[in-house]
Design a protein around this ligand. Structure first.
Ligand code: AMP
Length: 176
């Protein structure tokens, strides 16, 4: 599924050239989260297609996924679970490695964060290559959770991240 474009949030997402390294165009969402109206619109838009989908947990990836994920969880009246970079979570964890353009990275989740049959909505600010989201889905499934959908504020369409999430219900607010 490909859904919608919320054009009104576009002015609040600014491109920063050569960050964090030369050749990268970074999409900065800090103006969006600073604006009460734009933030409301983004969070409402992220969860709207999943309001009746029986979601009982939202998962968000460090770090900007925490902002949108926690607000989405509150909007859906469900709990939030953080997916974190290695070594940050204090209790027993499950890890998932994934490939980056150069090298690899990992995400971790607490072992007791997800129970068999939990219906999880995955939230992040942006999908680029889709590697982070695909690893997050794997992590949640490895603990017995079901992925109800994956929802993002921004999709960098040219990078084709959707292909990594074949079979998932994907929702994005803005395609850039
Ligand atoms: P990917 O795994 O390639 O889909 O990358 C997605 C993750 O990296 C998300 O958590 C984004 O916050 C971050 N990210 C990747 N590329 C960008 C970009 N050009 N601007 C802002 N964030 C990015």
């Amino acid at each position: 599924m490909k859904t919608s474009t919320v054009k009104s949030i576009r002015p609040y997402i600014r491109p920063i050239l050569d960050f964090p390294k030369p050749g990268i165009q970074f999409w900065d969402i800090t103006p969006l989260v600073k604006s009460p109206a734009a933030l409301h619109e983004a969070v409402d838009g992220l969860v709207e297609p999943f309001a009746d989908a029986g979601v009982n947990l939202v998962a968000g990836m460090e770090a900007r996924g925490f902002i949108f994920g926690a607000l989405a969880a509150a909007k859906l009246n469900v709990g939030f679970i953080p997916l974190r970079k290695p070594g940050k979570l204090p209790y027993d964890v499950q890890s998932q490695r994934y490939d980056l353009e150069y090298g690899s990275a990992s995400l971790e989740v607490h072992l007791d964060a997800v129970e068999r049959g939990d219906r999880v909505l995955l939230v992040d600010d942006l999908i680029a290559t889709g590697g982070t989201a695909a690893a997050s889905c794997e992590l949640i499934r490895s603990l017995g959770g079901d992925i109800v959908g994956c929802t993002f504020v921004v999709e960098l369409e040219a990078l084709g991240g959707r292909a990594q999430l074949a079979g998932e219900r994907i929702h994005t607010l803005l395609e850039l």
